[in-house]
Design a protein around this ligand. Structure first.
Ligand code: IMP
Length: 440
């Protein structure tokens, strides 16, 4: 029998590169789509002829009814949100029984983790999902004789004991008040109901993927967040709290690296970042960063910008800060879960080259190439590309894109291939599943 293999797909920038769309496009060539890091902080929108959904924890292959979905031990599970996603997918007509498997070693995001994240995470603009405190508590293990983390398998083994541990840890970390006690009792009640919903999908079999791959199955690992947000390789403290690098798929994904075949990177032609942190190619620099931070704090997003600005006028203004706003509005760059305006910047080719070399990326999908047609035409060249600390300009082109790509876009693709040493396997030309042009 021929043995199977695994490929790993990761974002090369700051997240939101459109990984779900590429996974949806590639899924037919795999048997299992698996997550290995992160939790409800990831947000991906999948649009297919079968329906569309905003998912955070269920792998993006959900709309391919013949694929298995696996949530590996490296993930932090929010019980209520995961139960909600399962319900939403089943309401959309998808059967998950026997298709979705969740490692019993996944850690559980507890109410105390969400409280801590909401209280302290604003310094770096976290998603407020409690992911950072949850991973920190995995490493901490015990505090004042309380276990700080609970895995799904603890709930499986002894539900009352595990909830007792969570309650004890909660008391240790919260001000003692009657209101809080009542609130936490109600929350735990909901968590128990969510656990009942999730239980049928939880597996205690640590060798689940290994067995399938040995039997010939093909796995596509789906990275959450992205390489620039890796907890050690990114710019601390402006990072997420798990490892986002491709190699970590073989820790958090419960499979040996022995089975690795290739690494696929996803980038987008106009870059975005949510939350604070360095973003060298940002249009409008610090003005954009503080404008977006303020908007996130005030909870204003697309509607507010639509009421205030005419994006076509801003596009023509020549001011980089205004260009950023216009591109955000015209390419719909707002947080999937939060609606936060994303900071916008030029494609950073040095960053791609560094990521491709460090993580040995074999091929790259470049999404949102259609957005490049928005740059106003200029004799001097119109598409800004950041490379080796400064901007250079590529000739503009008019949309829409089809298989015979405009020479200027071919030139840009050739430049990226030269700098990264990776093949551009395809380009995204719009939000729909079919809006991809595969390149030879
Ligand atoms: P956390 O992952 O919620 O702790 O947030 C840490 C940083 O990672 C913040 O800047 C978030 O905005 C960012 N982040 C987390 N998840 C995603 C994602 O899926 N896409 C983009 N940025 C993310």
């Amino acid at each position: 029998m021929t043995r199977g293999y695994a490929d790993v797909l990761v974002g090369l920038q700051y997240g939101d590169e459109g990984k779900a769309k590429i996974i949806d496009h590639l899924a037919h060539a795999y048997d299992i789509i698996a997550r290995f890091n992160g939790g409800a902080n990831a947000g991906h929108t999948v649009r297919t002829p079968l329906g569309s959904a905003k998912l955070a924890q269920v792998p993006s292959g959900a709309f391919h009814p013949d694929k298995l979905l696996y949530i590996g031990s490296g993930c932090a599970v929010n019980l209520e949100k995961l139960a909600g996603e399962i319900d939403a997918l089943e309401r959309a007509g998808l059967t998950l029984d026997g298709r979705l498997l969740i490692s019993g070693r996944c850690i559980v995001v507890q109410p105390v983790h969400v409280r801590m994240d909401v209280l302290h995470g604003s310094d770096i603009g976290t998603t407020g999902n409690g992911i950072g405190p949850c991973y920190a508590d995995l490493a901490l293990r015990m505090r004042s004789e309380c276990r700080t983390v609970v895995q799904l398998r603890d709930l499986h083994k002894n539900l009352d004991l595990a909830f007792g541990q969570m309650a004890a840890y909660d008391r240790l970390s919260a001000p003692c008040s009657k209101a809080h006690e009542a609130d936490i009792a109600a929350t735990f009640h909901r968590l128990r109901a969510a656990w009942t919903r999730i239980l049928p999908f939880v597996t205690m079999d640590d060798l689940f993927l290994t067995r399938l791959v040995r039997a010939g199955k093909r796995v596509l690992f789906e990275g959450a967040q992205s390489l620039q947000l890796d907890v050690s390789l990114g710019d601390q403290p402006y990072v997420t709290s798990s490892h986002t690098s491709a190699s970590f798929a073989y820790v958090g994904g419960d499979l040996s690296c022995h089975f690795h075949r290739k690494t696929i990177g996803v980038a987008k032609a106009i870059v975005s970042r949510v939350g604070a942190g360095p973003f060298p190619s940002e249009f409008g620099g610090t003005a954009s960063a503080s404008y977006c931070a303020r908007a996130a704090k005030e909870g204003t997003g697309h509607e507010a910008e639509r009421a205030r600005f005419d994006p076509r006028a801003l596009l023509a203004s020549g001011d980089p800060f205004e260009l950023g706003i216009a591109l955000r509005m015209l390419t719909d760059e707002y947080g999937t879960g939060s609606g936060r305006p994303r900071r916008i910047g030029a494609l950073d080719v040095s960053q791609l080259a560094d990521a491709a070399s460090r993580h040995a990326v074999d091929e790259i999908y470049l999404n949102k190439c259609d957005s490049l047609a928005l740059f106003p035409n200029k004799a001097s060249g119109a598409i800004p590309v950041f490379d080796e600390t400064s901007l250079r300009w590529f000739p503009s082109f008019a949309g829409p894109l089809n298989a015979s790509l405009p020479p200027s876009l071919r030139g840009l693709i050739a430049h990226i291939e030269r700098r990264t040493g990776s093949r551009i396997a395809g380009i995204g030309t719009g939000p729909a599943r079919d809006d991809i042009i595969c390149l030879q």
